[in-house]
Ligand binder design. Structure first.
Ligand code: SF4
Length: 975
């Protein structure tokens, strides 16, 4: 009998195109299989360094993102009242003409009247530069409401940062602590890494009020009370100091533990580092005396009594620097090493496990045990890698000492009003363990580490050609870098870099709409936003935000005169625009995942990548079969810049310098030889990092699967902050200006400079109303304080914490309109512990009313025991406004789904500042306190079965059902 011929591995399609996923921020490599000109299948790219072939459900659902009925089709001009969603379609020429007619007079008059803010896009290397060419200081991306506490906390401490800019040493770590980690960034690399740890039997500890996602597979879940992570970290520090389980050698080699801090209370130099005539920080060298330096906790007197020694350059080698004690400098001033200050502060009994246990919701014995386990993992394994390396001072080492304990942290830490210092507290803990960029620990990803603070400062002045003297965003080094007027008042519309939020390195997008409405500090003309759902799930105080966007003055004119918005989909924010520039889907565009922006490097290699069009958007039709006429936002921005004649975007004859974004990616040079992409540079394409533009660069990326990957030499892979081979390698790529070691800052002199200013010293001092705040929160060592919404009265009136987090299976509101992902969840609940239900007389699936100091909402409760009992939580961005995203008007997302944001104020309960961190301005989403309202309202709402508040449906037309039947045609061909 003849055996049938079976094709066991049929090709999934006619051809595959390799590009980069954009279904979340992780940026995995994908292969998009096409059949008959349609997407047949999306596959993970096995060669890609980020995901090594792994694809998540979101990535696979990119098909429905591309064919989403919510896609915009053509440019839109508002015809009805703002906020209703009534538009007429226009041609691109008209759209550009309108935008140019609005923006050209602004640039002529005062470029700051344009507020240009972008959301979760990945093209800040372009958008920030464009703002600089336009000349507006009012630019930022979304980091201010997302991650800046983490970024600034890290960059001002270690020169690097958690999030997707560093990673645990997945190959060697034996103990991993995840602090407030969500599943929406660095998603597949973390999953792959956790798999490795599980296979090796390493311990994973998740510190999070909610046990979801990664926490669900952790060996231990510590259900901490929100906002108390810093206190927990200090208790661990306290225990490590008490047990003398710290790495003093590491602290002196790589951090500023031994730098001398001037002790001159009331003086203008109090708390600054003692420096020599060349500006080098000093330490106290005990070398003439062979006695070893005293150990932690032994106090300063002994060191002083031991006598002798002298102040020397703290960066010198072959010295015996004192780490504790009190010393007299040659000029008579007193000084103490940083480590002495650390001992004095964190050995204080107020940070003992017993003292913090109740507030953190963690048993004191658990804290003591975790401290013990951390120390055992770090110090008792005697683990090292047999890799020879040379440090920055030329000393050769035969091996790399391991410290196999690592930490990773994200938004759960960051989105609090004490988040900056909490992040610093975690870095302090890591440093005491010697666990930054040592084998087994947290590791930097190139281009990090950077000098501390990074060199680029925010723009403050405009040049003769109207461009800014620097990029609008940067890092302040002291009060003189603030963007304030001669009276110390904010100059930016978001108040970033003002005395209220001095280190706001990512700007403060969450304050823009209120301030633009209020004319604080001045009126703007045009608000230009991209990919930021600021009238809904990206806004605090959602109801009032909608009001501010539509409010009119006494003359009947909108208080925010003009709004231009670009998005690929009919999001809630589209309804609030006057002019809509329709973006492409991520499969129709060029993008650069650039080392100048948010790279995809890993700890062993520098990487960048591109997206390139799988489809020409002109060939794609909407769900009604009508052709789409959309353009990648970045290309539209470049064209708009050329029409405005912005320097950098036009040639000398006034013609457009760049054809589109693809052309810009290839030909633009930020500095000689440095462009958006680092791979295949030079005219022949044989250079990496630096080199002349290569006209064939994008083609080379396409041929190589869409990414470029440059492994770090083996001798340079650890101790990057002081590894000569690494720093020279990094210098070659332009990541650092020189190969000098980067000294990690346990104690921040930058912060102390602000505190001194608040105490009345120096040429730049805060206005009276900010003095106490700056003096309090600009502590040079990490501090912990109650989040602003957590004071005693608030805790009594509103007894529950409430947090909103991203689902692992969706990415912001983008993902929650996706037909396939909606099948996982089409509405959210308010999740609470069954004990909490019993405490408030709530049954599972009761409709309840929840209130905060800001407002109340009606939601359906659901019991889940994976939450700390004083906390309730829900998923963000599933709840939608009716009519948005072209969902049916009775879609569950609008009827039963809800936004917790309606309860979150954009101001502190006192109303004096933005609901944000006082150092960085990071939005404090997770400070929220709530109470369950009385039972009568619950009964009333149970009858409706509808969440509240509800708003009038947007006028976008509803989509049909056709996309849900996607794939039927492909099946018939197979059959
Ligand atoms: S983790 Fe994110 S980038 Fe990676 S496949 Fe999933 S959705 Fe795409």
């Amino acid at each position: 009998m003849t055996q049938p011929t079976l094709d066991l591995s049929p090709s999934p399609g006619d051809e595959a195109k390799s590009t980069t996923c954009y279904m979340c921020a992780c940026r995995c490599g994908i292969k998009v299989w096409l059949q008959d000109g349609k997407i047949r299948y999306i596959q993970g790219n096995r060669e890609h360094p980020v995901n090594q072939g792994v694809l998540c459900a979101k990535g696979a659902s990119g098909i429905m993102q591309h064919y989403s009925p919510a896609r915009l089709r053509k440019p839109l001009l508002r015809v009805g009242e703002r906020g209703k969603g009534e538009f007429r379609e226009i041609e691109w020429e008209e759209a550009f003409a309108i935008a140019t007619s609005w923006l050209a007079p602004i640039r002529e008059r005062n470029p700051d009247e344009l507020a240009f803010f972008t959301g979760r896009d990945q093209s800040q290397a372009l958008t920030g530069w464009w703002a600089q060419q336009f000349g507006t200081i009012n630019y930022a991306a979304h980091g201010g409401f997302c991650s800046v506490n983490m970024a600034a906390g890290g960059l001002y401490s270690t020169g690097g940062s958690f999030w997707e800019f560093g990673e645990p040493d997945w190959e060697h770590t034996r103990y991993l602590m995840l602090w407030g980690v969500a599943e929406d960034h660095d998603s597949n690399p973390i999953k792959l890494g956790l798999g490795k740890l599980k296979a090796r039997g390493a311990k994973i500890v998740a510190v999070n009020p909610v046990r979801s996602g990664y926490g669900a597979i952790a060996d231990e879940w510590i259900g901490i009370r929100p906002g108390t992570d810093g206190l927990f970290a200090f208790a661990l520090v306290h225990e490590l100091l008490k047990a003398d389980r710290i790495d003093l050698d590491y602290l002196v080699r790589y951090a500023n533990a031994h730098w001398l801090v001037i002790d001159n209370p009331g003086g203008a130099d109090d708390g600054l580092f003692a420096r020599d005539a060349e500006g080098n920080a000093l330490c106290w060298d005990l070398s003439p005396h062979p006695n070893p330096p005293p150990q932690a906790g032994e106090g300063g007197e002994r060191a002083t009594r031991a006598g002798g020694g002298k102040a020397v350059d703290a960066n010198a080698i072959d010295i015996s620097p004192a780490v504790v004690g009190n010393y007299a400098l040659p000029d008579g001033r007193k000084a103490r090493p940083v480590f002495q200050l650390i001992v004095d502060r964190y050995l204080d009994p107020r940070y003992s496990p017993d003292a913090v246990s109740e507030r953190c919701g963690i048993p004191a014995d658990t804290i003591r045990r975790v401290a013990r386990e951390l120390a055992e993992a770090a110090f008792d394994s005697n683990f090292s890698l047999p890799i020879a390396w040379t440090d920055s001072w030329g000393r050769e080492h035969a091996s790399m000492q391991g410290r196999p304990v690592s930490m990773h942290a994200m938004r759960g830490i960051s989105a609090h009003s004490n988040g900056f210092h909490t992040c610093r507290a975690l870095h302090l803990l890591q440093l005491l363990l010697g666990a930054i960029d040592a084998p087994g620990s947290y590791r930097y990803q190139p281009p990090y580490p950077k000098p501390i603070p990074p060199a680029n400062r925010p723009a403050r002045a405009r040049k003769a050609d109207g461009t800014l003297d620097a990029g609008p965003l940067g890092f302040v080094h002291g009060p003189e870098d603030l963007v304030v007027d001669e009276h110390g008042r904010p100059r930016r519309i978001d108040h970033a870099y003002s005395w209220a939020y001095p280190l706001s390195a990512h700007g403060m997008m969450h304050t823009v709409i209120r301030n633009a409405w209020a004319g604080d500090p001045y009126r703007i003309d045009t608000l230009f936003m991209f990919m930021a759902n600021m009238s809904w799930n990206s806004a605090m105080n959602t109801r009032e935000t909608m009001h501010w966007l539509t409010d009119k003055d006494e003359s009947g004119n909108y208080r925010i005169p003009r709004i231009i918005y670009s998005d690929a989909y009919a999001s809630e924010m589209v309804a609030y625009a006057d002019l809509v520039l329709p973006d492409t889907t991520y499969l129709e565009r060029f993008d650069a995942i650039s080392l100048l922006d948010r790279p995809i490097s890993d700890a062993d290699a520098a990487s960048d990548a591109i997206r390139h069009p799988v489809f020409d958007p002109a060939t794609q039709v909407d769900e009604d079969g009508k052709p789409r006429d959309v353009r990648g936002f970045q290309s539209a921005l470049i064209e708009l810049g050329a029409r405005l004649g912005l320097p950098g975007l036009v040639d000398e004859d006034g013609s457009a310098r760049y054809r589109d974004y693809a052309d810009y990616i290839v030909r633009h040079e930020r500095a000689p030889g440095v462009g958006l992409l680092a791979g295949w540079r030079g005219e022949d394409g044989n250079s990496e990092g630096k080199g002349a533009p290569n006209p064939g660069q994008l083609q080379r990326y396409i041929e190589h699967g869409g990414f470029w990957h440059a492994p770090i030499p083996e001798s340079a892979r650890y101790y990057k902050m002081a590894n000569r081979d690494y720093l020279q390698w990094a210098q070659g790529f332009g990541f650092v200006a020189n190969d000098k070691p980067i000294v990690m800052q346990l104690y921040s002199e930058t912060l102390q400079k602000f505190r001194l200013a608040a105490q009345g010293h120096g040429a730049h001092q805060p206005p009276a109303e900010h003095r106490e705040r700056v003096a309090t929160y600009f502590d040079p060592l990490p501090i912990w304080y109650e989040p602003f919404e957590h004071d005693q009265t608030s805790r009594e009136t509103f007894p529950l914490n409430a947090v909103t987090q991203r689902p692992m299976f969706m990415y912001h509101s983008w993902g929650s309109q996706n037909a396939w992902l909606r099948q996982i969840a089409a509405r959210n609940y308010l999740y609470l512990h069954p004990d909490t239900g019993a405490r408030f007389g709530i049954a599972d699936e009761d409709w309840i009313e929840v209130g905060s100091h800001h407002g109340s909402i009606t939601v359906q409760a659901k019991f889940a025991a994976n939450v700390q009992p004083d906390t309730v939580w829900t998923w963000n961005a599933i709840g939608k406004r009716r009519g948005a995203w072209r969902l049916a008007k009775d879609a569950p997302e609008g009827e039963q789904g809800f936004l917790l944001n309606h309860l979150i104020s954009d101001m502190t309960p006192k109303g004096d500042y933005a609901n944000a961190d006082p150092v960085t301005g990071q939005a404090a989403w997770f400070d929220l306190r709530v109470r369950i309202q009385g039972s009568e309202s619950r009964k009333a709402d149970a009858r409706t079965g509808e969440s509240g508040p509800q708003f009038p449906p947007l006028a976008f037309p509803e989509a049909g059902e056709r996309p849900l039947r996607y794939g039927a045609g492909l099946r018939s061909r197979r059959d």
